[in-house]
Ligand binder design. Sequence first.
Ligand code: BDR
Ligand code: CA
Length: 311
Amino acid sequence: MGRRPFIIDCDTGTDDAIALVAAFGCEEIEVRAITSVNGNVSEPYTSRNNRNLAAHLGLNVEVAHGARHPIGPKRYDYSLTHGQTGLGDVILRDAEEYAYSKDMAPEVIRRIAAEENGNLELLVVGPMTNIAIALCLYPELKEQIRHIWFMGGAIRGGNSSTSAEFNIWVDPNAAQLVISSGIPMTMVGLDVTEKAVLNREDEQEIRSYGHNGALLSADLLNYMFVRHGGGGEDALMHDALALAAAVCPECMEYHDYFVDVVCDSIYTAGHTVVDVRNRFGKEPNVQVAVELKPEVFKTWLKSSIKNCKSI
Ligand code: BDR
Ligand code: CA
């Protein structure tokens, strides 16, 4: 069997960047394109991070611009969780020679989905704006996308409000549209990602691999530890865990649930309603990760980073 074709849609972001490094170490998949979206930082930064990262790793992958604003109201300012540029205190060379795709994210998704004839999978680790726009422009994508693996939401709790996770909270309308699309999908939410944490020993092991992708990951982890020391988020591998769901499913346990998104509410916008008790009597539409096996995940992540096709 050939490698599974993927597009990675991301708002790079420290943990997005580590997920990208890991993705280029996964033999099972072929990353056909990286599409950029507004989220952790503004889109001009996320796309530049994606381009510079591709150049830093010595890759030749299509990198595309994407949405600069949510499709719904913009209700937030950028947080400093990922620093001013999105990569914390890590500075990558500005790879001006690396040309962006001539197409924007929705068009890239349409084109590659058509080329891949029903086999394309999406890894979505930022707000779902690009995917929602693509589905509005090209409804035939609903039949052409094999699976969406997304980091977002939570059965319980939130990290941007009391009940909303960041990626969904930034653009609840987009998430609602994508989640109700009927495309097979897997949700990797805070219930599991907040347990997917790396430590200093992991950082040192990753650094010892020595290639650009490993050193970049280790530097990003170092930024996360310092951030955590200052009261910020720990070295949580939110986005790499969504990749793990796709290529190392044994990292987690899953359950099929009906999921919807609250869009219009002052207090709960962006909340993913996961009907664990089947109170609404609706057919499940999402496979939801419910339990993490941390050591299986860590072993997989480190070997994927080690294996990254990086210079
Ligand atoms: C999500 O938000 C971002 O900060 C991370 O990159 C991740 O995708 C976690 O809530
Ligand atoms: Ca992200």
